[in-house]
Design a protein around this ligand. Structure first.
Ligand code: MN
Length: 325
């Protein structure tokens, strides 16, 4: 296991010729943007490269595909390097089991504080606002001129991981990189609109149902929102129609922790936790086998919606009470 400096990452990439880029399940803007941009650049450098996932690409990010698409691990043959982006541990890598038999080693590029350094080489920087920021830095070191599409991919990574430049990880470094990316020709306004303000009618109807059932608890410090299977059915919505709802739990004045509970189509309840800096909700997510960042984390629990709510709200109350002491 080797910890890499940014300049060494470029060397590892250059030393290999058949590279697979993987990331976490439930793809998001940062995982997809980092995968597609890196894959596209590596191909332009004359390498064989694949961006791979076993998970479905959310429709809102499909406009980033074109030069490169996210493929199934089955499409890959004989890789010599597995590049994992934006995943904190080996269990959080979609498609990895299918590729590990190749014997190819792992290069781990990530910005989660909880990263387990699971690669042969590890470039972990928890100060980076998004994995896309790390990828941008690596490509700068390689003196790569980005295409418009590659720049848009990395911009989407920054945009989504900072909640449209609202979260505490919105640093001057991140904004400087965003500015440099916008110089490559894509429209920042158009990208924001596609990612955040283009909802299906079903999604909008579902948001209305979820907002009318929102509750504020614990002296106004915890907001609890849920999306039940019944609500989804009533709105005619699909699973991805509730993506992004978690942000709405944090808009109420005085709320320190926002929680979104989504009943899955299969088993279990998906929980999204949001907070201001100072309240580390990743600790709660980790108690339930999940993870993420201090102000934005998630986990999936087995059990009925009400039971899951009770368990998670209980732990958040404990955390807030502990901090109030
Ligand atoms: Mn990320």
């Amino acid at each position: 296991v080797t910890a890499l400096e940014i300049r060494d990452v470029a060397g590892v990439l250059q030393d290999h010729s058949r590279l697979v880029i993987l990331s976490h399940p439930d793809p998001d803007g940062d995982s997809i943007g980092s995968q597609l941009a890196l894959c596209s650049v590596l191909r332009r450098l004359g390498k064989q490269a694949w961006a791979v996932s076993e998970d479905k690409m959310p429709a809102i990010y499909r406009f980033l595909e074109g030069p490169v698409c996210v493929e199934s691990p089955m499409e890959v043959s004989d890789p010599d390097l597995l590049v994992v982006v934006d995943a904190s541990n080996r269990q959080r890598v979609s498609g990895l089991p299918a590729l590990e038999a190749s014997g190819a080693e792992i290069l781990n590029i990530d910005h989660h504080r909880s990263n387990t350094r699971f690669g042969r080489w590890n470039y972990v920087d928890s100060e980076a606002s998004a994995c896309a920021e790390q990828v941008y830095g690596i490509l700068r070191h390689m003196d790569v001129d980005l295409t418009e599409n590659e720049a848009a991919c990395l911009y989407v990574g920054l945009l989504t991981d900072t909640g449209a430049f609202r979260f505490p990880n919105t640093t001057s470094g991140c904004l400087r990189i965003a500015s440099e990316l916008v110089n490559h020709g894509f429209s920042a306004a158009e990208v924001s609109r596609r990612v955040f303000w283009e909802k299906t009618p079903e999604s909008t109807r579902l948001l209305g149902l979820a907002l009318s059932a929102l509750e504020v608890r614990h002296d106004g410090q915890i907001a609890v929102m849920h999306v039940s299977r019944d609500m989804s059915r009533e709105a005619g919505a699909s699973a991805s129609d509730s993506d992004g709802f978690a942000s709405y739990t944090k808009v109420i004045t005085g709320v320190k922790v926002g929680l979104l509970f989504r009943e899955q189509n299969g088993e279990g309840v998906r929980v999204s936790l949001r907070s201001d800096s100072g309240v580390d909700v990743e600790r709660v997510a980790r108690l339930f086998g999940g993870g993420g960042h201090p102000t934005s984390a998630g986990c999936v629990l087995a059990g009925a919606l009400d039971d899951v709510k009770r368990q998670v709200v209980g732990e958040v109350e404990r955390l807030l009470d502990e901090q109030a002491k």
